[in-house]
Design a binder for this molecule. Structure first.
Ligand code: 1HE
Length: 263
């Protein structure tokens, strides 16, 4: 039994954080068209009621990528449209109003890695392994990987993974910049929720600028980037929330920053 659109992706709201689970463990959370629909619904719901979201996988793996059984039957034009649909949905949450954090364990491969790359922060436990077996399967990335994974770890490293089929450990992926946190086995979800709670406590417009202005500025010329930064900076400062937060700091009501080794 493969599940219906209602059960393929689980959803719960924990405080201000939406916790979204890929819930097709018998197929290693492979992403079928129905899973794409379910992810879209969950992401939209999260954007309407939460201030941050976490995506994780049920079972022993985060995600085995594209559902190859479904894909092998697809005519050419359906395959193009299918890929464009992944792009549309991943972009909707990558450039939406709230941060998404992926909690990774086991296989993070093919489209599963592309999904993780579309989230804003990746937390991997030590069981995670990263792979791009598209070359071995006779296909190519289609879920935004050539844009997002290549920007995260570099096109040369991505090309190496695709050409050779090598899998990469979380420790190596952290050095490459593909994950930001590596945690002990079984702790990725808890850590991702903790980080999501921290991000959820930021001013919403600051988070919006971080998710939408920052990556755009990174693609701009230096001059355009600096100009856009000034506009964004002034806009965020003008909100009543920013004024209140600045007053809180100056009147010693805000928590002070701690050094990384202070807990
Ligand atoms: C699947 C898929 C799948 C598993 N599509 N059904 N992705 C891949 O090439 C990765 C393919 N999967 C694997 O290499 C392994 O399944 C895992 C390393 C992830 C896990 O291994 P294991 O031993 O735990 O599971 P398994 O026995 O291989 O698979 C269990 C079941 O899940 C089995 O089905 P069953 O009916 O025989 O029980 C598998 O067929 C099924 N399964 N992965 C369909 N991917 C937008 S473009 C993106 C392009 C890509 O993502 S290409 C990479 C695709």
């Amino acid at each position: 039994m493969d599940g219906s659109v209602e059960t393929l992706v689980s959803y719960r709201l924990q405080g201000e954080v939406a916790v979204i689970g890929l819930n097709r463990p018998s197929k290693r959370n492979a992403i079928s068209d129905l899973v794409v629909d379910a992810l879209r619904a969950a992401a939209e719901r999260a954007q309407s009621e939460a201030r941050a979201a976490v995506i994780y996988g049920e079972g022993d793996h985060f995600c085995a990528g594209l559902d190859l059984a479904e894909h092998k039957e697809k005519p050419l034009f359906d395959a193009i449209q299918g890929s464009r649909r992944w792009h549309e949905i991943f972009t909707a949450f990558a450039r939406g109003p709230i941060p998404f954090i992926s909690a990774l364990h086991g296989a993070v491969v093919g489209g599963g890695f592309e999904l993780a790359a579309a989230t804003h922060l990746r937390v991997a436990d030590e069981t995670a392994f990263f792979g791009l077996p598209e070359g071995q399967r006779g296909i190519f990335v289609g879920g935004g990987g050539s844009v997002r994974i290549a920007r995260l770890i570099g096109a040369a490293r991505m090309g190496d993974m695709m050409l050779t089929g090598r899998t990469v450990s979380p420790a190596q992926m952290e050095i490459w910049g593909g994950v930001s946190y590596v945690v002990p086995r079984g702790q990725a979800l808890a850590r991702a929720i903790e980080l999501a709670e921290a991000a959820a406590s930021n001013a919403p417009l600051s988070n919006y600028a971080i998710l939408n202005a920052l990556p755009r500025i990174a693609e701009m010329s230096v001059e355009d980037g600096l100009f856009t930064e000034s506009i964004m900076s002034a806009l965020t400062s003008e909100t009543p929330e920013a004024k209140q937060r600045l007053r809180d700091f100056l009147e010693k009501r805000a928590a002070r920053l701690k050094a990384p080794d202070e807990s």
